[in-house]
Design a binder for this molecule. Structure first.
Ligand SMILES: *[C@@H]1O[C@H](CO)[C@@H](O)[C@H](O)[C@H]1NC(C)=O
Ligand SMILES: *[C@@H]1O[C@H](CO)[C@@H](O)[C@H](O)[C@H]1NC(C)=O
Ligand SMILES: *[C@@H]1O[C@H](CO)[C@@H](O)[C@H](O)[C@H]1NC(C)=O
Ligand SMILES: *[C@@H]1O[C@H](CO)[C@@H](O)[C@H](O)[C@H]1NC(C)=O
Ligand SMILES: *[C@@H]1O[C@H](CO)[C@@H](O)[C@H](O)[C@H]1NC(C)=O
Ligand SMILES: *[C@@H]1O[C@H](CO)[C@@H](O)[C@H](O)[C@H]1NC(C)=O
Ligand SMILES: *[C@@H]1O[C@H](CO)[C@@H](O)[C@H](O)[C@H]1NC(C)=O
Length: 569
C-alpha cells in the first residue's frame, strides 16, 4: 500500500510540473503563431494511410515508415477508441466515440442507426477537395452502406483490390504440399490468383490516382487503406527471410495473468478458424498455442509489417516523382493494435495497450520537416532486403496521450480548414462536431510540455463474464457488458459494467470486474491491482476523470467510502 501512496504523491508533483509546462506551452504558442501560421499558402493535399491491425510497439525492419517518421510529428501515445476494425474506423472517420456512433460490431450504418454525422473525407469534399478512397478505409459492408459511404464521403466511387477476393481461400501451400486456408500464408506471388496481392494493387491504384489529380484545379484528399498486417498472413514469401525463426522470441508475458478478470480476456476465435490452427487442436478459451507456433505467428506478423512498409515506400516515393511532397500532408495510422501473445492473447478485441495503442505519424511539409530543394527527394524508396537495419533520426516525438477521435480536427486544422466544433453533451442530431481535440498545436510548436492528466478513452463490449465463442466480437443484441477504459501516462483503469443493448445504457453501479495497472512498474499490464488498491484518493482522482456522467464518479466515491459493490472484495 505504501508504494501506492508514494506513487500518487509523484503524480501530484508531476501535476505541478504540468502547470508550469502549460505556461511554457502558451508562450511557445505565441511565438509559433507569429512565425508559422501566415495563412498565405495554397491548401495542402492530404494523403491518409491506414494500416490494418498494426500495433505501435514492434521491433521490425520498416525503413520507409521510419523515414516518414523522421520527417514527421510522431505521437508516441495514441489510442484507438475500440480495438476492432469497423467501430474504430467509423469512430475516427466521424470523430465520435462508439457510444455516439452506436457501432460496436459491424452491423449497422451510422447515418440511419445513430445520426447523420459528417465524416473527415466528407468535410474535405465539402470544402472543395477531390476525395478518393483506395482499399480498406471505411469498414466495408453494412457499416458503410455497401459503398464506403459514397457519395457522401468521396468524389468518385471507391476502389477495392480485386485480389482481395482470394484472401481467405485455400491458396496457402501447407507442409503436405496441398493448398489450405491457413493463418500462416507466405506465398509465391506469381502463383497467386491474378498474380498479385491486394496491397500491391492498392499501391498501383493510388499511384494512378495521384498522377490523375496532381495537376487538378482542386486539392486532393486521398485515403489508402492497406490490408496488412491483418490476418491471414498472406504475404510474399521472401519477407520471412528478414525474420529467421531462430531469431524470434515469445512475448515477454506469454501467460494469462492471474489477476485478469475473465471478462477482460479475448479468446482469439478468428485465428482459431484457420486450417493450420485447427490442426493444432488448441483448447478453448485459454490455449495456449504451442511455443514453436507462437514464434511462427510472430515471425509472420513482423514479415507482414515489412511487406506493408515496402508498399508504403513505393507510394511515398510517388509523391517525390510527381513533385507532391512539398504540398501534401501525410498521415499514417492504424485502426488499432494486435496482441502477439501478451497475456496469452492474440488479435485485437481487448482494452490492453497492445490492442488499443496505434502508430500516429503526421508529416506536414515545411512544418515537421523542411521542404527539400527541387530535385532532392523527400521520400526515397528503401528496399528492406538491402537496408534491413537502416537507421533514421527520430521525428518530432509528441508524448502526450492522444486519441484517434482527435484525427479529424487535427488534420482539418493542419490543412487550413476550421476544425469542427466540440460536440454538445448529446450530439445525435448534430451533423458536424468532434468528440476529440485538435492536436495541430502539438505539431506546430517545437517542444511541448507533457500533460500528465491527459486521458485516452477506449471501450470494449462482451456478451458474458466468461469467455465464449462470440466474446471477441459480440453482435449488438448480445452485448451485456461494456468495459470502459481510461489510459493516462501513468495508469490504465478499466471497469466492466452491465450494458443494455436496447437502450444503449450502461449501469455504472453494476460493476462486473475492474482492472488497474500502474504503468511505471507494470508497462505490460500484467499485475491487476484493482482489487487490492485501498488508497481512496486514487480512485476519487480517477473517477473525476471519467466522462460517462456522474454516476460512475459517484459510484467510485461510494466505493471508496467503504461500501463495496458486487464482485469486489
Ligand atoms: C445526411 O446529411 C447529408 C449531408 O451531409 C444530406 O445530404 C442527407 O440528405 C442527410 N440525410 C438525412 C437522412 O438527413
Ligand atoms: C444506402 O444505399 C442505398 C442503395 O444505394 C441507398 O438507396 C440509400 O439511400 C443509402 N442510405 C443512405 C442513408 O444514404
Ligand atoms: C514462383 O513461381 C513461379 C511460377 O510458378 C516460378 O517460376 C518461380 O520459380 C517461383 N519462385 C520461387 C522463389 O519459388
Ligand atoms: C539473427 O541473429 C543473429 C545473432 O544475433 C544475427 O547475427 C543475425 O543478423 C540475425 N538475423 C537477422 C536476419 O536479423
Ligand atoms: C483435441 O484435444 C482434446 C482435449 O483438449 C482431446 O480430447 C481430443 O482428443 C483432441 N483431438 C485430437 C484430434 O487430437
Ligand atoms: C434500459 O433497459 C434496462 C433493461 O431493460 C432498464 O433496466 C433500464 O432502466 C433502461 N434504462 C433507461 C435509461 O431507459
Ligand atoms: C443498476 O445496477 C444496480 C446494482 O446491480 C441495481 O441495483 C440497479 O437497479 C440497476 N439500475 C438499473 C437502472 O437497472
Amino acid at each position: 500500500m505504501t508504494d501506492n501512496i508514494t506513487y500518487w504523491g509523484t503524480i501530484n508533483k508531476l501535476y505541478i510540473l504540468y502547470i508550469f509546462s502549460v505556461h511554457l506551452l502558451l508562450f511557445l504558442f505565441t511565438v509559433v503563431v507569429v512565425v508559422n501560421l501566415c495563412g498565405c499558402a495554397d491548401p495542402l493535399n492530404v494523403l491518409l494511410i491506414v494500416s490494418d491491425d498494426l500495433r505501435s510497439s514492434l521491433e521490425v525492419s520498416s525503413p520507409n515508415l521510419d523515414q516518414l517518421a523522421s520527417k514527421s510529428a510522431v505521437f508516441l501515445n495514441a489510442f484507438a477508441q475500440q480495438a476492432v476494425c469497423g467501430p474504430s474506423r467509423i469512430s475516427f472517420l466521424t470523430s465520435r466515440r462508439p457510444d455516439t456512433t452506436r457501432l460496436y460490431d459491424f452491423n449497422s450504418y451510422w447515418r440511419v442507426h445513430a445520426g447523420n454525422y459528417t465524416t473527415l473525407p466528407q468535410y474535405f469534399k465539402s470544402n472543395g477537395y477531390t476525395t478518393m478512397s483506395v482499399g480498406k478505409v471505411f469498414h466495408p459492408g453494412i457499416a458503410s452502406n455497401f459503398s464506403d459511404d459514397y457519395p457522401y464521403s468521396w468524389s468518385v466511387p471507391t476502389y477495392h483490390p480485386p485480389s482481395f477476393a482470394y484472401e481467405k481461400r485455400k491458396v496457402c501451400k501447407g507442409q503436405d504440399g496441398k493448398l489450405h486456408a491457413n493463418l500462416l500464408c507466405a506465398v509465391n506471388v506469381s502463383e497467386m490468383p491474378l498474380g498479385t496481392l491486394p496491397d500491391m494493387e492498392s499501391t498501383a491504384e493510388a499511384q494512378r490516382l495521384l498522377r490523375t489529380v496532381k495537376d487538378g484545379q482542386s486539392p486532393f484528399f486521398l485515403a489508402v487503406g492497406y490490408h496488412k498486417p491483418h490476418v491471414p498472413f498472406r504475404i510474399p514469401q521472401e519477407f520471412l527471410k528478414l525474420y529467421p525463426l531462430e531469431n524470434m522470441s515469445l512475448a515477454p508475458d506469454p501467460d494469462v495473468p492471474k489477476g485478469l478478470p475473465s471478462v477482460a480476456y479475448n479468446p482469439w476465435t478468428d485465428i482459431r478458424k484457420r486450417e493450420d490452427m485447427q490442426a493444432l487442436n488448441i483448447s478453448f478459451p485459454y490455449g495456449p498455442i504451442p511455443k514453436d507456433f507462437q514464434l511462427r505467428i510472430r515471425q509472420h506478423y513482423f514479415a507482414a509489417v515489412s511487406y506493408m512498409d515496402s508498399e508504403l515506400g513505393k507510394l511515398l516515393s510517388t509523391l517525390d516523382d510527381l513533385d507532391l511532397a512539398k504540398n501534401t500532408m501525410v498521415v499514417f495510422t492504424s485502426d488499432h493494435g494486435w496482441s502477439l501473445g501478451e497475456h496469452g492473447e492474440w488479435a485485437k478485441y481487448s482494452n490492453f495497450d497492445v490492442a488499443t495503442q496505434v502508430p500516429l505519424i503526421i508529416y506536414v511539409p515545411g512544418v515537421t520537416s523542411a521542404v527539400e530543394k527541387p530535385g532532392k527527394k523527400t521520400f526515397p524508396f528503401w528496399d528492406v532486403f538491402q537496408h534491413p537495419h537502416m537507421r533514421f533520426s527520430e521525428g518530432r516525438a509528441v508524448r502526450n496521450v492522444v486519441e484517434l477521435v482527435d484525427l479529424f480536427p487535427t488534420v482539418s486544422e493542419l490543412a487550413g480548414l476550421k476544425p469542427p466544433p466540440p460536440c454538445p453533451h448529446s450530439s445525435f442530431a448534430v451533423q458536424l462536431c468532434t468528440e476529440g481535440s485538435s492536436r495541430a498545436l502539438s505539431i506546430q510548436v517545437l517542444k511541448e510540455g507533457i500533460d500528465v492528466e491527459a486521458i485516452a478513452y477506449s471501450q470494449y463490449p462482451r456478451p458474458s463474464d466468461a469467455p465464449q465463442a462470440d466474446s471477441d466480437l459480440p453482435s449488438l443484441a448480445d452485448i451485456r457488458i461494456m468495459g470502459y477504459s481510461v489510459r493516462s501516462h501513468s495508469y490504465r483503469f478499466t471497469v466492466w459494467v452491465t450494458f443494455d443493448p436496447v437502450n444503449f445504457t450502461a449501469n455504472l453501479t453494476d460493476i462486473h470486474a475492474g482492472e488497474l495497472y500502474l504503468l511505471k512498474d507494470d508497462p505490460g499490464q500484467d499485475h491487476n491491482i484493482y482489487n487490492s488498491i485501498m488508497h481512496g484518493t486514487a480512485l476519487v482522482k480517477l473517477g473525476s476523470r471519467l466522462p460517462w456522467g456522474t454516476a460512475l464518479r459517484q459510484h467510485l466515491l461510494y466505493f471508496t467510502a467503504g461500501s463495496k459493490p458486487n464482485g469486489t472484495p
